[in-house]
Design a protein around this ligand. Structure first.
Ligand code: HQG
Length: 181
């Protein structure tokens, strides 16, 4: 099997092509974000990302955040969340827990207190059920800062939430009045 380092390298490349820029390898995603596995493997290899079906299955199974899923027939694959391209994951609406968390960097805090949480380049604002996950997400951007999100109130007020297949809570926008810090 491959080293952890190589698995991370491949996973990052898969995130790039399945979430953001399929055109870098001439890959086509359908409207629900699915890519056919065979051309994906071929096109990755052409770009110097050594991949075969066994390796891909290993990465899908062992990826720390379960970032990717196969369809039932295992002939298509997609990213479970995090897209910047316009795909419809066709997730069903879910009732959120009373509180969720959003991790960010301290330098964004004043802007977030004014504007609320904005999805920026991605299709959704990403929230987590665990505070510890939010700290890790925030650390990607700098010194972490965690907002609590009053999701029970948002739900009561008609805001809609989705849960990705890998357990990330998604919503369109969190107005500042629902943030607690
Ligand atoms: C911030 C990773 C200023 C927001 C993670 C964040 C997640 C604002 C940044 C997933 C703002 C966007 C997504 C406002 C939001 N003013 N800054 N009004 N509203 N922001 O990467 O949530 O590892 O697009 O706080 O684990 O950090 O890739 O979003 O800091 O699940 O699988 O704007 O990506 O998953 O950054 O991360 P991002 P995110 P993976």
């Amino acid at each position: 099997m491959i080293t952890e380092k190589e698995a991370v390298r491949i996973s990052k490349f898969l995130s790039l092509v399945l979430r953001h820029q399929p055109e870098t390898i001439d890959l086509v995603l359908d409207e629900n974000g699915w890519a056919d596995v065979t051309p994906l493997i071929d096109k990755c290899n052409q770009k110097g990302i050594t991949l075969n079906r066994e390796l891909l299955e290993h990465i899908v199974a062992t990826n720390t955040k379960k970032r990717f899923s196969f369809n039932d027939q295992k002939d298509q694959i997609r990213a479970n969340q995090g897209h910047s391209i316009d795909v419809d994951l066709a997730l069903s609406v879910q009732v959120p827990p009373d509180l969720l968390y959003h991790g960010t960097a301290e330098r964004f805090v004043s802007s977030i207190k004014e504007q609320g949480l904005i999805k920026q380049q991605r299709q959704h604002v990403h929230l987590s059920a665990k505070q510890s996950t939010a700290v890790q997400v925030g650390q990607r951007h700098g010194k972490p800062f965690v907002f609590s999100v009053l999701t029970a109130q948002m739900h009561r007020d008609g805001f809609v939430f989705y849960l990705s297949d890998n357990g990330v809570w998604l919503t369109d926008h969190v107005p500042a009045k629902y943030l607690s810090f």
